[in-house]
Structures are given as structure tokens and as C-alpha cells.
Design a protein around this ligand. Structure first.
Ligand code: BES
Ligand code: ZN
Ligand code: ZN
Length: 498
């Protein structure tokens, strides 16, 4: 979908569909929309009445203009009450409007900026983001593809005075949505395609296209580095493990060094502690953290932020076999910590332990952020619409939570209670990789904290949010690309700090 700006009034806008916003609790159309209604001889207000269009979020009503306007149809999309309008309302309205326009067979869509109170740049970004996220589909493997697609979205700037701000917003929206959809594609691709080797290939392409530094460590390299926790997970699979380290270095000297780590289990069968059939049905999504990290690293050259960003992924499958790790095995992580394997299905924290220890020892960043589909306990706690946030540094977590809010991704803090560390005690090693059932997301977080040491760190548990089994306002069933837009927002804010 091409994005463009047009300096002309709504009355002159062309296209198969012209999108305008409508508010709740207002029985009059906004002035610009009322002008359209007059040109349409009251058709619009009539459809508002007969269809009971009340401006509720994402509600839609439309009319054919029958030659009374250059645009073929006018589509009203609800934004809720004026007081409550924010960027997320605009994203969702744009997504709903674009999907409807697409289903109507529209190729060219014109739209007003949505959300009157918002700055034009914010509004334009939300519009582009929502439109592109909402129109996302994954039909690579289907014979029957959806032939309908919107080719062009034209943002109408009636006074022609906001072009620069709108342009900036559209560019950011396109970049953010493009990154999230890149992550979605990687998650939606099945595990027989997306192997650790495939993730490494994707990293090679990203490094080549964006001139990033890349190191890919194979099994022998990881052995030399002492990544016993990660390799224990990998030893049951026929697929060779790949430890991926991408680096974005800005022109001039980087102000801050940040490491982002993504859990990269390309399929989680549970290992010898095998999952149930139902439990492993969606486990191709266990590399969603890695997908987000790759998507973010891929976007950094275009953003050109003055930050040094390291993307780390300890990619492997978790499979049962004659060579698989056993319950009761003891492994030694890169930082010398020994771990008793209480459950082979708690594999994510083992791979992350070595990635965190590697970051601390080799990268020495000022802060670390990890994204991981880590526990089913987080799904019990927060469901499928909210990710869990844990940390060893409150200011960092606060900044991240603020970025999540701005990006429209729901994230909620959970406490890493010190006393719970006891729950990870082992009789034979420094740590056990599992605790009891209660507080499962917290003990996982506490386990990770041991490997972050004194480096400020935040952990995002995205087990509930990375993959959706029903369509959502901003995208269809499947991978969601969660975390990508939050972290991009966060990094942009970090670049502005101090
Ligand atoms: N990948 C799973 C967590 C998961 C569950 C992700 C549901 C997405 C949806 C993780 O590796 C896992 O299996 N965790 C176990 C840990 C337990 C054995 C301590 C869990 O949470 O059940
Ligand atoms: Zn598991
Ligand atoms: Zn897992």
C-alpha cells in the first residue's frame, strides 16, 4: 500500500472510498463532514440515522456518492467520545476503515486525518500504522489469495499547511507497521521453515542490507564460550543451534549501548518433559521474541538513532530424542552458574541465561531488554491482551512502560519478590530451572535476573500476546508482532534523552 499526501479539501478528494471520522455523544456531524453531507444532499446524515451510527469505536457506516462528490463512497468510522480519542483509537479506526474499504474492492482510499485533538504527526503515524497493521494477511501458502487489496492511501490535508508533519508521521507509521509485520511473517511461517539456520540467514540479510555487524556462533563456538545452559536445550534437536549477535553502530559515537535479547525457540515440544498435543499446537510461536529483535534491528538503519544497539538471539529447537537433555541433568552457564534441569520444558530461561550472561560479559551494555514467550503462568495472570513486565531497575521499567502506552501495546508490571528466589533452590546445583506452579512467571523472571547481574534489565513475558487465536482490531489470527512498536518507540525516546 502506497502512502501519499494531498493538499485539497475533502469535497475535492477522489478515490474509491473517502474515510472520515465520527464521534460518539454528538448528534451533529463535525463541520468538515457536514459539508460533505450538504454536497450529498443529506445522504450521509440519513445513513447515520437509519444505520444507527453512533460514533462508537470502529463502528462503520458508508454511502455511495452517486456522482455528487469526486470520491465514489464516503465512509464514516467511529472514534468514540472526543475526550477519549488517543493514538490507539485512531489506529483501530484506520484498521477497521481500511479493512472495510478493501472488502468493498477499493484500490484508492482517501482519508482525513483522524482524531482532532492529536498533533498532526501523531495522528498521521497512528493512521498509517493502523491501516497497514489492519490490512495485514498471511496467505503465502494458500492457493486462493485475497485478490482485493488497497493500492494507495491518500491523506487529505485540507489547508495544505501540515505537509511536513504528516509526511514524518506517515513515514514512521510505515516503518513501525512494516517492522511489526516483518515479525508477524516470521512467527506465522511454520517451524519446518523457520529453523535456527533460517533465523541466522535472515540475520545475514538484515546485516547486509543495513550494514550492521553480525556474528553467528555455531555449536562449537558456543561450547568454547561456555554456553552450557543453551547447548543443553539444543542437544536434543537435529537442527544445529545458531547464536546470533547483530550490532547497529550509529555514525559518530554511540551515546548509549543497549542490548535487546529475543527468545528464539523455533519449536518448543517441551523436550523429554513433552507437552500435550494441545500444548504444542502453537509452539512455532516460541521464537516471537527473536522475530521482534530481528524486526527492530532491521529498522534501525532507517531510523538512524544515535544509539549502539545489540540484538542477541540464542536460537534452537527444544526436542525430545536419544540425545536430548534429561530431567535431573546439571548444566553450567556462561557465567559459571550451575543449573539443575527440573523440567526440560522450562527451556527458554536456559537459553536466555546464556544470552544475558553473554551480553553482560561481551557487550557490557548500559541496559538490557529481553522479550520472551516464557511462561504459561503469565497467560493465567494477564490473559492474551497484556504482556508482563519484570525488572531489576525501576526507572528503566518506567520508561519502557511509558513507551508501551504510547505504542498502544498493553503491558503490566509484576513484582520480582526476593523471597521467591528460594523457590529456585536445588540440592545439587546453584539453581533449579523451575519453581512450584504458583508465581510461575515471577520465578522465571527471578531466574533470569540472576544472569543480568548488576546491569539494568527489563524482561517482557509475551507468552500470552505474541500469537492470537482470534482476529484482533490491529491484525488477524496468528503472530501479532508484539513488542516491536514498543521497543522502537522506546529507542526513539532513549535517543532523545539527555
Ligand atoms: N514456551 C513455553 C511458554 C508458553 C506457554 C508460551 C504458552 C506460549 C504459550 C515455555 O517454554 C514453557 O513451556 N514454560 C513452562 C514452564 C514450566 C515447565 C515451569 C510453562 O510455563 O508451562
Ligand atoms: Zn517450554
Ligand atoms: Zn518455550
Amino acid at each position: 500500500m502506497k502512502l501519499a499526501i494531498e493538499a485539497r479539501s475533502l469535497l475535492q478528494a477522489e478515490g474509491d472510498v473517502l474515510v472520515v471520522g465520527g464521534y460518539a455523544e454528538e448528534n451533529r456531524l463535525a463541520p468538515a463532514v457536514a459539508a460533505l453531507d450538504r454536497a450529498l444532499k443529506g445522504l450521509l446524515s440519513e445513513v447515520v440515522r437509519t444505520e444507527k451510527f453512533a460514533g462508537k469505536p470502529e463502528q462503520i457506516a458508508y454511502v455511495h456518492t452517486a456522482g455528487r462528490l469526486p470520491a465514489k463512497r464516503v465512509l464514516l468510522v467511529g472514534l468514540g467520545t472526543r475526550r477519549e480519542v488517543d493514538a490507539e483509537r485512531v489506529r483501530r479506526a484506520a484498521a477497521a476503515a481500511l479493512r472495510r474499504a478493501r472488502d468493498l474492492g477499493a484500490r484508492i482510499v482517501s482519508t482525513a486525518l483522524l482524531g482532532d485533538g492529536l498533533a498532526p504527526k501523531v495522528s498521521a503515524q497512528a493512521l498509517a500504522e493502523g491501516a497497514l497493521l489492519g490490512a495485514y494477511t498471511f496467505d503465502r501458502y494458500k492457493r486462493e489469495k485475497n485478490e482485493k487489496a488497497v493500492d494507495e492511501l491518500r491523506v487529505v490535508d485540507p489547508k495544505g499547511r501540515q505537509e511536513a508533519a504528516i509526511k514524518d508521521g506517515l513515514r514512521l507509521g510505515e516503518l513501525f507497521a512494516g517492522a511489526a509485520c516483518f515479525a508477524r511473517d516470521l512467527v506465522n511461517e511454520p517451524a519446518n521453515r523457520v529453523t535456527p539456520t533460517h533465523l541466522a540467514k535472515v540475520a545475514v540479510e538484515i546485516a547486509r542490507d543495513g550494514r550492521l555487524r553480525l556474528k553467528v556462533y555455531d555449536r562449537a563456538d558456543c561450547q568454547k564460550l561456555g554456553m552450557g545452559a543453551y547447548l543443553g536445550v539444543a542437544q536434543g534437536s537435529q537442527e544445529p543451534p545458531k547464536f546470533i549477535h547483530l550490532t547497529y553502530t550509529p555514525r559518530g559515537r554511540g551515546r548509549r549501548k543497549i542490548a535487546i535479547i529475543g527468545k528464539g525457540i523455533t519449536f518448543d515440544s517441551g523436550g523429554l518433559d513433552l507437552k500435550t498435543a494441545d500444548g504444542m499446537r502453537t509452539m512455532k510461536d516460541d521464537m516471537s521474541g527473536a522475530a521482534a529483535v530481528l524486526a527492530i534491528m532491521r529498522s534501525l538503519p532507517a531510523l538512524g538513532l544515535p544509539l549502539e544497539v545489540h540484538g542477541l538471539i540464542a536460537a534452537t529447537e527444544n526436542m525430545p530424542s536419544g540425545t536430548a537433555q534429561r530431567p535431573g541433568d546439571i548444566v553450567c552457564a556462561l557465567n559459571g552458574t550451575t543449573i539443575e534441569i527440573g523440567n526440560t520444558d522450562a527451556e527458554g530461561r536456559l537459553t536466555l541465561a546464556d544470552a544475558l550472561a553473554y551480553a553482560v560479559k561481551e557487550v557490557k551494555p548500559q541496559e538490557i531488554i529481553d522479550l520472551a514467550t516464557l511462561t504459561s503462568a503469565i497467560v493465567v495472570a494477564l490473559g492474551n491482551l497484556c504482556s508482563g513486565v519484570m525488572w531489576n531497575d525501576k526507572p528503566l521499567a518506567d520508561r519502557l512502560l511509558a513507551a508501551a502506552e504510547a505504542a498502544g501495546e498493553r503491558m503490566w508490571p509484576l513484582p520480582l519478590i526476593d523471597e521467591y528466589k528460594e523457590l529456585l533452590k536445588s540440592d545439587v546445583a546453584d539453581l533449579n530451572n523451575v519453581g512450584p506452579r504458583g508465581g510461575g512467571a515471577l520465578t522465571a523472571g527471578i531466574f533470569l535476573r540472576e544472569f543480568a547481574g548488576s546491569t539494568p534489565w527489563v524482561h517482557l513475558d509475551i507468552a500470552g500476546t505474541a500469537f492470537t487465536e482470534k482476529d484482533l482490531p490491529l491484525g488477524p489470527k496468528g503472530g501479532t508482532g508484539v513488542g516491536v512498536r514498543t521497543l522502537l518507540t522506546y529507542l526513539m525516546e532513549e535517543a532523545r534523552r539527555r
